[in-house]
Design a protein around this ligand. Structure first.
Ligand code: FE2
Length: 305
């Protein structure tokens, strides 16, 4: 029998979990327990504080719906999503476009558009153009690459914030041509507050953080034989470009729309950005985020349906 105190309790838990069959689950849980216990000892966690924490975690779960994912938001605002992305990028075979957060506003299915189409159904502001190429390490275009794009409208709202899962807007899927090129029209996105009316918002307010993301456009790009690319491009003149509340911005992902006579849309301000894909590996999944409706149906850790 263990003589349990504030230090021996950790080994007692590790001993009991040692029967875990799945080796990776065993490794993850052992490390999680060690760090959680160290955290509690480090700050001398009181019962009242931990009850507050349990209440907070409970509220995070209760705030999740088919169209809202508060847990992803927590991961994002704590920098954990960006950290996991950075760890994932270190495992790629080739230099490629940097990843950024998928976030909670991705949807598995978005409408198909043809090159040149506008993804905003009813623009309230001047359109901008976007064009680019999806290419491999050698700069060769990847024919037929699939480009999923989604963003806020010019007022700073995603479609799912306005319509739930009923209607799609300012998001779409494009297919690159034989040389990997694609282009579309859209509206200039507006930066936004993350949802501040839930427990994550309360945390952000208590920390006196502004809670804003700089304006950005999300991309998920796939092609057979290549690692899926999840990234976002950020508007360089946004006031929050250096203080993104979810730590998604890196300098290689900063863009600025401007007139370009050589673009497919010479009369519009246009963004030009080429995306490099790395070759596929077994651990190609790079989604820190999800379609919220799919996550609620996700299988459990063990024996889920
Ligand atoms: Fe976003």
């Amino acid at each position: 029998m263990h003589d349990l105190d504030q230090t021996t309790i950790t080994q007692a838990v590790l001993d009991q979990m040692a029967t875990t069959t799945d080796p990776r689950l065993k490794e993850i849980m052992a490390s999680a327990v060690k760090h959680l216990h160290a955290f509690a000892r480090d700050i001398n966690l009181t019962p009242a504080e931990w009850l507050f924490g349990i209440g907070f975690i409970t509220q995070i779960g209760q705030a999740c719906t088919d169209s809202r994912q508060e847990t992803i938001l927590l991961s994002d605002t704590l920098g954990l999503s960006a950290l996991v992305n950075a760890l994932h990028d270190k495992t790629r075979l080739d230099d490629a476009t940097d990843t950024s957060l998928l976030g909670p506003f991705y949807r598995d299915a978005s409408p198909e558009f043809a090159n040149g189409d506008c993804i905003a159904a009813h623009p309230d502001s001047p359109e901008i153009g976007f064009y680019g190429q999806v290419h491999d390490l050698e700069g060769r275009g990847i024919a037929g690459a699939r480009i999923e794009v989604w963003q806020t409208d010019e007022h700073g709202f995603y479609d799912m914030q306005k319509f739930g899962n009923e209607k799609s807007d300012v998001r779409g899927t494009f297919t690159a041509d034989a040389l990997g090129h694609f282009n579309f029209r859209t509206v200039r996105p507006l930066g936004y507050f993350i949802p501040m009316d839930g427990p994550v918002g309360s945390m952000i307010k208590a920390q006196n953080r502004h809670g804003c993301r700089p304006a950005h456009i999300h991309f998920l790009i796939t092609a057979p034989g290549f690692r899926e690319l999840v990234t976002s491009l950020y508007q360089g003149d946004d006031q929050y470009i250096d203080s993104d509340v979810v730590f998604g911005v890196s300098s290689s992902l900063v863009i600025q729309a401007k007139r370009n006579p050589a673009s497919p849309f010479p009369s519009l301000e246009t963004i030009h950005y080429d995306f490099g894909l790395a070759r596929a590996t077994e651990s190609g999944e790079a989604r820190i985020g999800a379609d919220p409706s799919k996550l609620l149906k996700a299988p459990g850790l063990v024996g889920g349906a």
